[in-house]
Design a protein around this ligand. Sequence first.
Ligand code: WQD
Length: 324
Amino acid sequence: MSWLVTGGAGYIGGHVVRRMRAQGYQVVVYDDLSTGVADRVPEGVPLCVGNLLDRDALTDVMRIHNVTGVVNLAARKSVPESTSDPMLYHRDNVSGFIAVLDAMKDAGVRHIVQSSSAAIYGGAPGPVHAEITPADPLSPYATTKLMAELILKDAAAAGHLSYLALRYFNPVGALAPELAEVGGANVFTILFNAIDSGEVFGVTGDDFDTRDGSGLRDYIHIEDLADAHVAAVEYISGHEAGDVVNIGTGRGYTVFEMLEAVRQVTGQPVPHKVVDRRPGDAAGAVAAVERAERLLGWRARYDLMDMVDSAWTMWRAQRDGVPV
Ligand code: WQD
């Protein structure tokens, strides 16, 4: 018996694979390596290189490896790219996702943990979002994540599968240099690049309705996020499930607070200036965490300083090619 992790060579996938293995799960990775990195897949874990739209290849992998459930992380995740090329996102994140469900049906696999996103809440009044908050996606990326959730709901209602969709807030950090995300577009990647290149970091707006005017987010340590997947896998292995679950800490930090944490960890002030808001940017997004605690018995353990420390250490280790 093993679990198939699609996108297992990605930033989140690489961590999920490690934490599942640490808990004794056998894991198989399916990834097209378009943004994933083969080095992130540990020794002893089979890496199947294939396209998510290839239903037959997915079915074969599930059958050959005697797969009992799927953690579906393979997706495109850039909000700006989704705005300029929405069909790319609908093809890979929706059609590709349907191919995974079809393959599961072909191979007789019923359990799926789906990667979803707090981006689904988009413009909904916040900052705290419970899972019952009506969705308000503000980008094609967010729309594709919501569509996947709705498809899961219909498939589960027909008795075809049992699922949990995890709505991630803002993951930060890395457990090893090769697992760090250096090419992404999240605020920490932008910030560390600015520090490295001596550029001034732009705070995208200081007139939001938050305690200091800058954007408020629920940053979550990648190890906690990966452990939430293990808890979800355990839960759906023993229950008939059909739920969406927020994965965050329940605590929000503003950009200025985050800059102060980075100053403390790096020992150097971060040159910054206030620039224009990003189009459609949310003021605040913080997870209501009760459902995760109740359903999965999971809660985040790490705080902002732990995340920043982990992110900065592994960022530098990868940049300098030195082991930690
Ligand atoms: C965090 C905070 C900005 C850049 C994330 C992912 C996105 C998507 C949805 C993917 C905000 C501020 C940012 C900068 C800044 N999902 N900021 N200067 O907005 O929650 O979006 O979730 O998987 O790809 O990024 O996170 O990291 O973009 O921004 O001040 O140059 O940092 O206003 O408050 P967000 P983020």
